[in-house]
Design a protein around this ligand. Structure first.
Ligand SMILES: *Cc1c(COP(=O)(O)O)cnc(C)c1O
Length: 229
């Protein structure tokens, strides 16, 4: 068994454990293997071990990897996104996790309109208010969701957050809980094209806590593929 396959099996065990502790069905939690800055060979090793969902943070890297991958895989775009690069992503990712402003949502809708499809997106929130991170402010959530819901070629599948880093994952719990509560509030608005079934939260360091707080998509990189340079 390769190290990547061992890591994946161990993480799946920990996902099941977190689901059991919190009374959740482990089918509700999907693992996204974050492969940014890792070679395609690592992705193919993970795919051979049964991993089907991969997360990438850079447009060019994602486009190249999709073009070169030997088998069809499910790709998630999780990084900061400039509007002028959206055209290169058109039709490619299953889900874009990082939509944090109306102008970006508009451009995604416009590009997906050209292929007569709807893009699946998540709204990203910066709950720690850190200037180094992208994400909308929680205070702007309702307005942003209302505006995005008017766009014809988008479906808002849920919310995403990248909380502040702490050595102790328990310290991150309040941010995960806040994202879940934000989703509950927005769901109560019954906005068109806003489904809010997905919560993308939790990384190598804290995915178990995120699952206990309701994550449906966990984005795990270094615990699968090792540290990035
Ligand atoms: C890199 C990255 C991850 C994975 O982080 P690890 O700590 O390596 O698990 C998750 N989410 C986003 C948005 C990232 O950029």
């Amino acid at each position: 068994m390769t190290l990547i396959a061992q890591n994946l099996a161990h993480i799946q065990d920990r996902i099941r454990g977190a689901c059991e502790r919190s009374g959740r069905d482990s089918q509700q939690v999907r693992l996204i293997a974050v492969s940014k800055k890792k070679p395609l060979t690592d992705i193919e090793t993970a795919a051979a071990a049964g991993q089907t969902r991969f997360g990438e943070s850079y447009v060019q890297e994602l486009v190249e990897k999709i073009g070169a991958a030997a088998q069809p895989l499910e790709w998630h775009f999780i990084g900061g996104l400039q509007s002028n690069k959206v055209k290169y992503l058109r039709g490619l990712p299953t889900l874009i996790h990082s939509v944090d402003r109306l102008s970006l949502a508009r451009e995604i809708s416009r590009q997906w309109q050209k292929i007569d499809q709807r893009a699946n997106i998540l709204l990203q929130f910066n709950l720690g208010g850190e200037s180094s991170k992208s994400g909308a402010a929680a205070a702007d959530a309702l307005k942003l969701a209302q505006q995005v819901s008017q766009l014809p070629n988008l479906i808002v599948c849920g919310l995403m957050t990248l909380p502040p880093y702490f050595d102790d994952p328990e310290k991150v719990r309040p941010y995960f809980r806040q994202l879940r509560e934000l989703a509950d509030q927005l769901r109560g608005q019954n906005l068109a094209n806003v489904q809010l079934t997905e919560l993308s939260m939790g990384m190598s360091q804290d995915f178990e806590v995120a699952i206990e707080e309701g994550a449906t998509l966990v984005r795990v990189g270094s615990a699968i593929f090792g540290a990035r340079d």
